[in-house]
Ligand binder design. Structure first.
Ligand code: NDP
Length: 263
């Protein structure tokens, strides 16, 4: 029996155990998926091996620590320095990132996106920004503090803090901050958010399972909006393929994960 887990702080909100266990149980794959509340990112690697895990997901705020913990990082995760999926490959910790592809899957219904505003500058923002640039989009990043913006400047985004941001017309605005996850905060001062929403076509939030104050405002303004549930599904399907070493069919994994959302 293989064991998998999700690491995060907070982690009790995570639907990943439900999604992955639904796949394992209904497709007869001998594995179980649990959750681990991890306070210190530096302890990720030792905890992973102490629990004898075959693989794991990593959520807020440890995705950059997960990158540093890996013996080897593969694919897109190398470009962004952010890892959300870990595999135990013969005692070595291998890191991947499935968030960006998961998000692209989730916004397929939003058409003609050319100019994007990402709010937040953490691990999720890095993955999305890099991926948007690869799609030749005009990428703008707004964060409350300047410290984390350097990465985004270097890869070719326009960056702003709350102090120097001036609203422009955007096709899509995405909240990648954890504001609204376990509090009722907006990701920037209310006036600024109202102004942004009045000048955008589509709105997305990486947070799932609740209508965040940010999405509540988007709804009030009758803007097309969506939470992070489809992103979660998209990244989860890709992570499960890695966990099961491509032994299960992608459509079957997706179907079981979608069903788990109904529980
Ligand atoms: P990080 O901890 O790496 O980054 C958090 C970012 O949020 C930082 O830029 C931080 O700003 C900002 N922030 C935190 N609190 C506030 C606040 N009150 N007001 C304004 N800005 C704030 O987190 P992750 O990138 O790993 O995750 C971010 C969110 O995305 C989480 O809510 C997570 O659950 C969600 N997520 C959802 C996924 C899905 O599948 N649906 C997948 C991945 C993430 P500063 O730099 O100033 O500290």
């Amino acid at each position: 029996m293989q064991l998998f887990s999700i690491f995060g702080d907070p982690v009790s909100h995570s639907r990943s155990p439900l999604m992955h266990n639904s796949v394992f149980k209904n497709l007869n794959y001998k594995a179980c998926y649990t959750r681990t509340h991890l306070l210190e990112g530096e302890k990720l690697k030792e905890t992973f091996f102490a629990l004898k895990l075959s693989g794991a997901n990593v959520t807020v705020p440890h995705k950059e620590a997960a990158f540093n913990a890996c013996d080897e990082v593969r694919g897109f995760a190398q470009k962004v320095g952010v890892v959300n999926t870990l595999i135990n490959e013969n005692g070595k910790l291998i890191g991947y990132n499935t968030d960006a592809d998961g998000f692209m899957f989730s916004i397929e219904e939003f058409k003609n996106i050319k100019k994007v505003l990402i709010i937040g500058a953490g691990g999720t923002a890095k993955a999305l920004a890099q991926r948007f640039l690869e799609e030749s989009l005009d990428v703008n990043v707004l964060n409350r503090s300047a410290g984390r913006l350097e990465f985004f400047n270097e890869i070719g985004c326009n960056t702003f803090t709350w102090e120097d941001f001036q609203v422009q017309q955007f096709d899509l605005v995405v909240n990648t901050t954890s504001a609204g996850l376990s509090d009722n905060n907006l990701p920037a001062p209310q006036k600024m958010i109202e102004n942004i929403l009045e000048n955008t076509c589509y709105v997305a939030d990486a947070i799932y399972g609740k209508l965040t104050p940010f999405l509540q405002l988007a709804k009030q303004k009758q803007l097309p909006h969506k939470d992070g549930a489809d992103m979660l599904l998209g990244q989860g399907v890709l992570a499960n393929e890695l966990f099961t070493n491509y032994q299960l069919k992608k459509e079957d994994i997706k179907e079981q994960m979608e069903k788990s959302f109904l529980y």
